[in-house]
Write a protein that binds this ligand. Structure first.
Ligand code: ADP
Length: 778
């Protein structure tokens, strides 16, 4: 028997009520998703309800379904796990459980749901939606509810967000939590690496992923592991030989440590389980290696979300609410996904079916199908890993002699996380294919200065030299801001002298300018008529031709860690505002890009009260308005919120209103009602070790660049970039002409400009008082 019917509170202008729930395994970023859904629902004139403890809360109702207000989700961006709880709920798998759930939703006036969970939770959501009319009919037939009560709730709208650390959902590149989990794994493996090196040991590391090897593969790529076992691509039947060949070859080349990553669901081609103990046995017996096993376990779920997950879940939460509000009874349930850099929506059941088909394909030993059912990137990453890291049969992938090239690699501009990872991948790929990779030490000035000296300005890279570079910050070959135009004559002479057939440049706006100069000098210097490609790498993310530069993710993570810490300090002393000077562009790159990307995305990821960018500038009206809002906000806070407030300012946002001056103005205006301090993170933002996202993207894009240079008859100078949902090579000439703001040193159109409004909306910067919000009628 269901609980007695509660009278539904009905008022004349009933506002639409949107429920939000987290379900299945918890994942970092779920809180950010809930925060975005709650605040966006309120902003759009709806009421927001949290359903605690997943489907259990839906079935039990009562206190587990609770209205959420703006302030309830304050500070949630930096919290790990899920604050509204999650649980496995057997009852919801059966119709009677779902019947109770339907009744509870109607009693609370909710007919739109955002569910953040894995494929199980989303399947449950779709079953629920499909059954909804039948459930309502049964509730009326059995007298649980009246026909009038169900009348306004004839249609249930559902939108899914994929929250899962495994990244196991098809039709999306990344699930909420996956990159945070990868961050945790990489931190652990980086630590293990040094002890493995010291003792010349082998480590077998088990990572999560029952049906999905994404975490294992990405961890292997971003730590340069010697071998990886994943369920979608099992090794050959004699995997012992294969692994020993590769590990043996690596040791022969001089490697002192061996790392093997094993996914929880690792199997061989006959579906027999491959366990860490089996792998250790082989390494000990056949390779005589002192081998240890490390099972990372729940550490992989822990901690606060990385910058990418905070941004992903925030943008997806916003999109979920918009999708719900646009839904009609005829539209299918959607799941919000991401393709490269573009948030999209896909039919929920299609994505779930495709995901489940992976399990079936594995069970049927159709591994090619299994890997193809994952997103396209997955197979590409696997091939990158093979061609850059698993070095076994050195002749297998080699090109014929006449196709082999001498490829110059140069770092230009300020260091950025991932430069070394990209260089390592490019060099390793070259060696696999029979090319010869040469590093230009210390950029173009280095090349010109020392070309005749005993200290060579060019060095040929070897596999063992670059092997450890994947996790190293800074620039191992030296980077320099100097442009080739400082001595074009000598630069061209060096290219001829060293007989370079192609150039791979890694860097920011200076790299872009350098390639532009070399391209234009081709008419005069035949040695420069070679294919050239730039991989954008800069913390400022201001290179035309791409929406993403490697290094910017590392910078964002360093910045949000810094901001979380100062916010904590601000909270501890209550009523304090911190003004932080974000972005290195002023302090490191003296003519640095004037792009507010880092400040804006960091602001979005930490919930900054305001973000000041060079694009928008700072004026007195803006400051006065923000100070008014601060005053208002502190006046309305009667101690219920301890979260400190943070303002981010790009160093180039204004020459007059410096970070310190703004902090002082706020203090003056606050007139002792609240405090204001300032902090400048400076070089901290360059980060130490590159983030896993920068590492894996560096590897993938570097390999793509090498393949671009290898193309028959290639004579182009191009920039590789992520644009919307695609990775593209754009001809330099075109990008220079159509897409470059040379004065401001940034792209003409910056994709993230649209995100400023979302950041401002969710931080409440322009929020009208509650009662003036328009209501969305149900
Ligand atoms: P995940 O969402 O992480 O894949 P589960 O598979 O455990 O995790 O699913 C979470 C919850 O979703 C389950 O406890 C159950 O309540 C609900 N659920 C899963 N599959 C179904 C289904 N086929 N029908 C109804 N509810 C389901």
């Amino acid at each position: 028997m269901l609980s007695p019917t509660r009278e539904l509170a009905s008022h004349p202008a009933r506002r639409r009520r949107i429920g939000v729930m987290t379900s299945g395994g918890d994942a970092p970023g779920m809180n950010a998703a809930v925060r975005a859904v709650v605040r966006m629902s309120i902003t759009r004139g709806c009421d927001s309800y949290a359903i605690y403890e997943g489907y259990d809360g839906l079935v039990k109702g009562g206190k587990l379904i609770k209205q959420m207000y703006w302030g309830d989700v304050r500070g949630w961006l930096s919290e790990g796990g899920t604050l509204i709880g999650t649980a496995r709920c057997l009852e919801f798998r059966q119709r009677p459980g779902r019947l109770k759930g339907a009744k509870n939703l109607i009693l609370n006036g909710i007919d739109a749901l955002v569910i953040c969970g894995g494929d199980g939770s989303l399947t449950g959501a779709d079953v629920f939606r499909t059954e909804w009319p039948g459930l309502l009919k049964e509730l009326v037939d059995t007298g649980e509810l009246t026909a009038e009560q169900i009348e306004p709730y004839k249609h249930l709208n559902v939108v899914g967000l994929v929250g899962s650390i495994d990244n196991d959902m098809s039709m999306t590149d990344a699930t909420i939590g996956a990159y945070s989990s990868l961050t945790r794994i990489c931190q652990a493996v980086d630590f293990i690496d040094s002890t493995a090196y010291s003792h010349s040991r082998a480590f077998v590391i088990e990572v999560m992923g029952r049906n999905c090897g994404w975490l294992a593969l990405m961890a292997a790529i971003s730590t340069g592991a010697d071998f990886v076992f994943i369920p979608e691509k099992p090794p050959s039947q004699n995997w012992e030989d294969e692994m020993c060949d590769i590990v043996g070859e690596h040791r022969k080349l001089g490697k002192r440590k061996t790392i093997v990553i094993v996914a929880e669901g690792a199997i061989d081609r006959e579906l027999n389980k491959i366990t860490p103990a089996m792998v250790r046995g082989v390494l000990e017996k056949r390779m005589c290696l002192d081998t240890r096993i490390t099972t990372l376990g729940h550490v992989q779920r822990g901690g606060s979300a990385c910058a990418y997950d905070r941004m992903l879940s925030t943008l997806q939460g916003v999109r979920a609410v918009e999708t719900l509000l646009a839904a009609t009874p005829e539209t299918p349930s959607y799941v919000i996904s991401i393709r490269e850099n573009k948030i999209t929506k896909r039919p929920l059941m299609e994505a779930v079916k495709l995901t489940q088909a992976v399990g079936v394909a594995i069970a049927e030993k159709d591994f090619d199908k299994a890997i193809s059912l994952r997103d396209a990137e997955f197979a590409e990453y696997y091939n990158c890993y093979r061609s850059t890291t698993m070095r076994s049969n050195p002749t297998a992938m080699k090109l014929p002699e006449n196709k082999r090239m001498r490829i110059a690699i140069v770092h230009i501009g300020a260091p950025a996380g991932g430069m070394n990872s990209a260089t390592r991948a490019a060099a390793a790929y070259c060696l696999t294919r029979g090319h010869r990779p040469f590093a230009l030490n210390n950029g173009f000035p280095g090349l010109c200065r020392h070309h005749a000296d005993a200290i060579s300005s060019v060095r040929e890279l070897t596999w063992i030299e670059v092997d450890g570079w994947i996790s190293k910050g800074g620039s191992e070959i030296g980077t320099n801001r100097g442009l080739p135009s400082e001595d074009m004559e000598k630069t061209a002479w060096c290219f001829e002298h060293y007989k370079f057939d192609a150039l791979f440049a890694i860097g920011g706006f200076e790299a872009f300018t350098s390639i532009s100069e070399l391209r234009k000098a081709r008419d005069k210097y035949p040695s420069l008529r070679i294919p050239m490609v730039i991989l954008p790498a800069t913390v400022s993310n201001n290179v035309p031709g791409t929406e993403f530069s490697i290094g910017s993710d590392t910078c964002l993570n360093a910045l949000i860690e810094y901001c979380d810490a100062i916010r904590q300090s601000a909270s501890a002393s209550r009523r304090r505002v911190f003004v932080a000077g974000a972005d290195l562009s002023g302090s490191v790159e003296t003519q640095g890009g004037r792009s507010g990307y880092i400040a804006t995305i960091a602001g979005l990821s930490i919930g900054a009260f305001a973000v000041y960018t060079p694009e928008e500038g700072i004026n007195i009206k803006m400051l006065a308005r923000d100070i008014d809002r601060l005053r208002e906000s502190f006046a309305n806070d009667h101690g219920q919120s301890r979260a400190g407030k943070l303002i981010l300012r790009n160093e180039r946002a204004s020459t007059t209103y410096t970070t310190e001056i703004i902090a002082n103005m706020i203090r003056e205006e606050a007139n002792t009602r609240f405090e204001s301090r300032y902090a400048i993170p400076g070089h901290v933002q360059q980060g130490g070790a590159p983030s896993p996202m920068d590492r894996v993207r560096a590897v993938r894009l570097a390999v793509k660049c090498m393949q671009f240079l290898e193309q028959e008859g290639q004579a182009e100078a191009a920039v590789i970039g992520i644009k919307g949902s695609k990775v593209v090579f754009s001809p330099m000439e075109e990008v220079e002409r159509d897409d470059t703001n040379w004065t401001e040193r940034r792209p003409k159109k910056e994709f993230w400009m649209d995100l400023r409004e979302i950041a401002d909306t969710l931080s409440g910067r322009f929020r009208p008082p509650d009662d003036s919000l328009p209501s969305v009628p149900a």
